[in-house]
Design a protein around this ligand. Structure first.
Ligand code: AP5
Length: 218
């Protein structure tokens, strides 16, 4: 199964991608996670990306496309993948189509997660992330068992630097200006499914499973 999760920051793409990866035993390609990894490791790419990410702006297409092409070539992606946070611009979507065409691995579905803006802001401002294993929590909706500590690996949780109010506003604006047009892009390709993702995590996952089940074997 090869799917793209599309939607504004904070709609729950990453949370659902983790569950889908577990349920379908496929790979997860999250450009946000890959970029944050590069920032942590202080690579040249990471240092360049950090400036954009902290402000809530998109990292240049050339950088992100290179990262995704590399990932798609890894053996783990042969049995399927979920792309979380990529593509985010029309050039990225075109490049993805080309890369998958070369591999004869077309996309099965693009799921567009929809959540009202006020709920998005609440989800992002309450998010806490594990800098070590990338697990994600929410102070109200999915708190860790021990306050401020990752359930999975015991690391201290942090608030992402782009989950501050000003950066959230920029990210939502950037989404409207540069990413929302991909809804039409994939509608035209008859690949898009809209998903109301405003309910609780389990309820959203149940609906998502119904959308993705037909592609389990592809
Ligand atoms: P990225 O990491 O991709 O961030 P994003 O798209 O802004 O998405 P988020 O991770 O913020 O949200 P999400 O939808 O995954 O929600 P989550 O599941 O975490 O990108 C970060 C930056 O990297 C970008 O700003 C850009 O600079 C750069 N970048 C990345 N990809 C790029 C690209 N392709 N091109 C250029 N630049 C790129 O959930 C959010 C919170 O809500 C959590 O606390 C969670 O616990 C909670 N939650 C989730 N679901 C529910 C629910 N159903 N009910 C209640 N709470 C919920």
């Amino acid at each position: 199964m090869r799917v793209v999760f599309l939607g504004a920051p904070g709609v729950g793409k990453g949370t659902q991608a983790d569950r889908v990866v577990e349920a379908f035993k496929i790979a997860k390609i999250s450009t946000g996670d890959l970029l944050r990894g590069a920032v942590r490791n202080q690579t040249k790419l990471g240092l360049e990306a950090k400036e954009y990410m902290d402000q809530g702006k998109l990292v240049p297409d050339s950088v992100v496309i290179g990262l995704v092409r590399e990932k798609l070539n890894e053996a783990g992606c042969a049995s399927g993948f979920v792309l979380d946070g990529f593509p985010r611009t029309t050039p990225q979507a075109d490049e993805l189509g080309q890369a998958l065409g070369e591999k004869r691995m077309p996309l099965d579905r693009v799921v567009n997660f929809e959540v009202p803006r006020e709920a998005i802001v609440r989800r992002l401002s309450g998010r806490r992330s594990c800098p070590k294993c990338q697990a994600t929590f929410h102070v109200d909706f999915s708190p860790p068992k021990q306050d401020g500590v990752c359930d999975r690996c015991g690391e201290l949780l942090v608030q992402r630097s782009d989950d501050r109010r000003e950066a959230i506003e920029t990210r939502l604006k950037v989404y409207e200006e540069q990413t929302a047009l991909l809804i039409r892009y994939y509608e035209d390709k008859r690949l898009l499914t809209h998903l109301d993702a405003s309910e609780a995590v389990d309820a959203v996952f149940a609906k998502l499973m119904k959308v993705l089940e037909p592609y389990r074997a592809t």
